[in-house]
Ligand binder design. Structure first.
Ligand code: HEC
Ligand code: HEC
Length: 334
């Protein structure tokens, strides 16, 4: 009697503590930074621990690609704020892509995805790399087949979405994981929250970044340093990628690209849609005297002729947007 009571107590505490762990994790995953806006979770894909864990497992799983060689994390590496270090990432059979892989930090807040804004939601976006010949060259149906043959995937899918592995589950679970990739603890954030101070250089850079003269913060605006609009920042006369025009077919959108977030920009090089600028100093150099006249050049873009010190100040400020805790957070890594 006494022994079975103790066993019961033991089992109960394991169950309860187990649940407590899950609840704590859910709190961590759902904790939105107070200085950021609220995230809109789709009604059919609210976060649960089980969905998130399944999404995380899928994110790092190379069996999502035709020859099981490439995972999402091959091009979106946690240590580089979920971007990579190549101008164009390599897909299956080392096929070279056509655009630079962007960071996934705070991607939950993007109103549309991809550099031309052609994809309406994170759930839909999954289909792009999976099906793209130059990336994973596969399909969600074939991934589902592979998952069906793995009893742990089967069980996790049933627990998370109450259905066996299918394209719905794959896209929902991955998007659920991606929505939790929040970067909100850079030096810039701590300064905003009054917990730290900029150095003199960083402060001068901040002033310059938000000034009338540079206009940087008209496009790279708000908490995520982007207004998500499509602009041309004068990289060249002839672009091999027409950007936003691929979606709208309209000449006024030719060679315009979504304004990228600058969070963790120190780690996300090479820069621009084609990775054509290697270093942050060179990006600032571009805005200083590298602007090429283009018929769709955005208002606000012109050579700024910055002094040596002004360039240094701007770079120092941009580096305050680095969030090392985000890139090393073992919550996100395997
Ligand atoms: C072979 C490299 C590669 C792989 C694999 C890959 N991506 Fe990407 N990802 C890219 C590139 C390049 C872009 C930019 C595409 C564009 O703008 O047209 C991108 C864009 C994105 C975006 C849009 C970000 C934004 O700012 O709009 C998201 C989200 C994303 N990828 C998630 C994923 C997920 C999830 C997976 C796995 C299912 C994945 N990616 C696999 C290279 C890759
Ligand atoms: C009119 C809007 C606009 C203004 C003003 C602007 N930018 Fe940009 N910026 C963009 C666009 C669009 C891109 C991406 C272009 C591309 O993908 O080819 C970009 C790219 C960048 C990048 C590269 C980010 C990456 O991950 O590739 C940095 C860094 C940057 N801008 C910093 C600045 C600074 C500093 C200023 C002020 C001196 C500034 N920008 C002014 C629109 C703007």
């Amino acid at each position: 009697m006494r022994i079975s009571f103790l066993i019961l107590l033991g089992v109960l505490s394991v169950v309860l503590l187990g649940n407590k762990g899950q609840e704590d994790l859910l709190d961590v995953l759902k904790a939105e930074p107070k200085h950021f806006p609220q995230i809109d979770y789709p009604t059919d894909n609210d976060i649960t621990v089980e969905r998130w864990k399944l999404g995380k497992r899928l994110f790092y799983d190379p069996t999502l690609s035709r020859d099981s060689s490439i995972s999402c994390a091959s091009c979106h590496l946690p240590g580089f704020a979920f971007s990579d270090t190549l101008a164009f990432s390599l897909g299956v059979e080392k096929r070279v892509g056509v655009r630079n892989a962007p960071s996934l930090a705070n991607v939950a807040y993007h109103p549309y995805l991809s550099r031309d804004g052609g994809v309406p939601s994170l759930e839909m976006q999954i289909l792009v790399p999976v099906q793209e010949h130059l990336e994973m060259d596969f399909s969600t149906l074939e991934i589902a087949d592979r998952m069906m043959k793995d009893s742990s995937y089967y069980n996790e899918s049933m627990v998370a979405y109450n259905r066996y592995p299918d394209p719905y589950v794959i896209t929902r679970a991955l998007a659920c994981f991606e929505r939790t990739l929040i970067s909100s603890n850079s030096k810039y954030d701590r300064v905003q929250l009054g917990k730290e101070e900029f150095t003199v250089e960083e402060e001068r850079g901040h002033q310059l970044f938000t000034s009338e003269r540079t206009q940087c913060s008209t496009c790279h605006s708000g908490f995520n340093f982007t207004n998500y609009k499509f602009e041309n920042n004068g990289l060249r006369i002839h672009y091999s990628d027409s950007g936003r025009m691929r979606v709208t077919k309209s000449e006024i959108d030719r060679d315009k690209f979504k304004v990228p977030s600058l969070r963790n920009v120190e780690l996300t090089g090479p820069y621009m849609h084609d990775g054509s600028i290697k270093r942050l100093e060179e990006v600032v150099g571009h805005y200083s005297e590298g602007i090429i006249e283009h018929k769709n050049l955005s208002t606000g873009i012109k050579n700024l002729y910055l002094t040596e010190n002004e360039r240094k100040d701007l770079v120092s400020f941009l580096k305050t947007l680095t969030d090392p805790g985000f890139c090393k957070n073992n919550l996100y890594t395997q």
